[in-house]
Design a protein around this ligand. Structure first.
Ligand code: ADP
Length: 543
């Protein structure tokens, strides 16, 4: 027997309607290139979103066409999220930090018809314009006064374009499974691959992410997403914050600047901030140096890479801020796990809580996880066994855009292979030990590069560390620690290796340490291990 509930589609436009009606006077504050303090309300936002949707409908586009954005986190970019997807087009957020060849590849692969761009990315687009000939035109996200001189063809001014339009709009009744947004993976291995989100997956992901044990986001919050809107939909915050009616603060082009972030948080009374570890490192270094405190911040969600114990401790002890580690991927919208304390674990000591917080966290309802060995056998959740981490759920990709299964990322029984190696403990806390391709195979054993990196980064003289496995005549591979020293600090080889005593098994301690000025990073700020292995290809371990 079927239930008797309405079949109402889960659509991104319904979030816009809900927010405008129920949280209309909530504020969105942005730093933009043309205004250091732009403020308006949800009501203003969604009225402009409708103007944008009206404008797009007049451009001869078809539902499902891709319209790209190349922009920082600010209110206009948020308007694109709703105007483009809500009207039935696909919002393709482009990471402007990608190399020109990658930009050309993804714009052509996505078959973007128009690109909405910040003023500062116009030169980047000019440089590749003759290689992206399918793009019909560009909309520069500013007003007439700030329009740049440009060699690009068919260029419109965002403010002029939407000013002509009405602020009422009938949202199309789309199928909830129609595609809404497109985001390419950073392409550390081969060409970038497109992940195609739909309205349903987006709404379900937003519901799951706001719950108390995940982001714990409510209308009481003021949210600062430091994770870019071009990076996995800023971890879904454009949808989750709008769903609950949280105030939103956008740092525009000032994302990596510790001083701006600290001052913005304190002035706007930010309660929840989200970002990758490198950003928080910059923030913590700044607060330490300037003798400032994060006054209002209650929680920070950190993910995208492993979070060190020392970072969690510093947030807790110096700023009274709870760090919630999250794990996810572009392919997972992105949230898979979030680390919060589970009932029954409240009596853990401060130290034990810190240890627990270094894990990636527990699976959100909606994401099933399993770890398997090389033969595909399921491994126990005992916190010891490690294997390939596989997931499935309604906001996990079932394929990549236009690849028709050729990426080989899914198992025969329909799970997505994350490419991560993990343990899961009896309480359900998952911990990433490595990317599959970064695992160090020493003798018959696997050594976790992430564990070794975390220990190194907890040393006060270490700014950043990476561990790679390099060929060894006896052990097949052994770990090499590559360190960037913190400004004005020093630590010698012996001291560095001695730091590992008692913290990891003796046979896991790196064989050697090399000091460098900087590590190679991907466009999303992760250490590029492939490049590092290339740099150290001729390296020989000391006897
Ligand atoms: P994002 O960086 O937004 O999480 P990507 O798709 O670029 O998305 O990268 C996903 C990969 O980042 C994961 O497969 C994993 O290797 C790594 N990652 C994400 N979160 C964590 C975490 N908490 N700890 C360790 N690695 C992580």
């Amino acid at each position: 027997m079927q239930g008797l509930m309405m079949d109402a589609p889960l659509l991104i436009s319904s979030l816009a309607e809900h927010a405008a009606k129920n949280h209309g006077d909530r504020e969105i504050m942005s730093i933009t290139v043309d205004n250091p303090q732009h403020r308006y309300t949800f009501k203003d936002c969604f009225s402009r979103v409708k103007q944008l949707a009206n404008a797009l409908d007049k451009m001869g586009l078809e539902h499902g066409d891709r319209i790209a954005t190349m922009a920082w986190n600010d209110y206009r970019h948020l308007e694109c999220y709703y105007g483009i997807s809500g009207a039935g087009y696909i919002c393709h957020t482009i990471n402007p930090r990608l190399f020109p060849e990658q930009l050309i590849f993804i714009i052509n692969h996505a078959e973007d018809r128009w690109i909405l761009t910040d003023v500062m990315f116009v030169p980047l687009l000019e440089a590749i314009a003759d290689k992206i000939v399918g793009v019909e035109g560009f909309i520069v996200m500013t007003d007439e006064a700030h329009m740049p001189e440009t060699a690009l063809k068919n260029v419109l001014c965002y403010e002029t374009l939407i000013a002509k339009e009405a602020s009422d709009y009938d949202w199309p009744e789309l199928d909830e499974r129609s595609a809404s947004a497109l985001c390419y993976t950073s392409g550390t291995t081969g060409d970038p691959k497109g992940v195609l989100y739909d309205h349903r997956s987006t709404i379900l992901h937003a519901y799951a992410s706001v719950v108390p044990d995940a982001l714990n986001m409510s209308s009481q919050d003021c949210v600062l997403p430091v994770v870019p809107l071009f990076h996995v939909n800023s971890w879904g915050t454009p949808y989750s914050a709008v769903m609950v009616g949280a105030k939103i603060v956008y740092p525009g082009p000032k994302m990596g600047d510790g001083e701006t972030l600290c001052d913005l948080m304190n002035a706007e009374e930010v309660t929840l901030a989200l970002g990758v570890p490198t950003v928080w490192l910059a923030l913590l270094q700044y607060t330490e140096k300037a003798g400032k405190r994060l006054e209002s911040l209650q929680r920070t969600v950190i993910g995208g890479a492993a979070v060190t114990r020392s970072m969690i401790k510093e947030f807790r002890d110096k700023h009274d801020v709870e760090v919630r580690q999250g794990w996810g991927m572009t392919e997972m919208s992105p949230l898979g796990t979030c680390n919060s304390i589970k009932a029954g674990l409240e009596s853990l000591s401060d130290d034990e809580r810190l240890d627990l917080a270094t894990k990636a966290g527990r699976g959100l309802f909606g994401v099933q996880m399993r770890i398997v060995d090389d033969d595909g056998n399921k491994l126990p959740w005992d916190g010891e066994a490690y294997g390939a981490l596989q997931v499935r759920g309604p906001w996990v990709c079932s394929d990549y855009f236009k690849l028709e299964g050729s990426a080989g990322a899914h198992t025969d029984d329909g799970w997505f292979d994350t490419g991560d190696v993990a343990t899961i403990d009896a309480e359900g806390y998952m911990a990433i030990t490595d990317r599959t391709k970064d695992v160090i195979k020493s003798g018959g054993e696997w050594i976790s590069s992430i564990e070794l990196e975390n220990v190194a980064m907890d040393h006060p003289a270490v700014a950043e560390a990476a561990v790679i496995g390099l060929a060894h005549p006896k052990w097949t591979e052994r770990p090499l620690l590559v360190v960037v020293k913190a400004e004005g600090q020093d630590v010698g080889k012996e001291e560095m290796l001695a730091w590992y005593q008692g913290k990891v098994a003796t046979w896991c301690v790196p064989n050697d340490v090399v000091y460098v000025d900087e590590l190679p990073h991907t466009a999303t700020g992760k250490v590029k291990k492939i490049e590092l292995r290339r740099q150290f290809a001729d390296y020989q371990f000391p006897n």
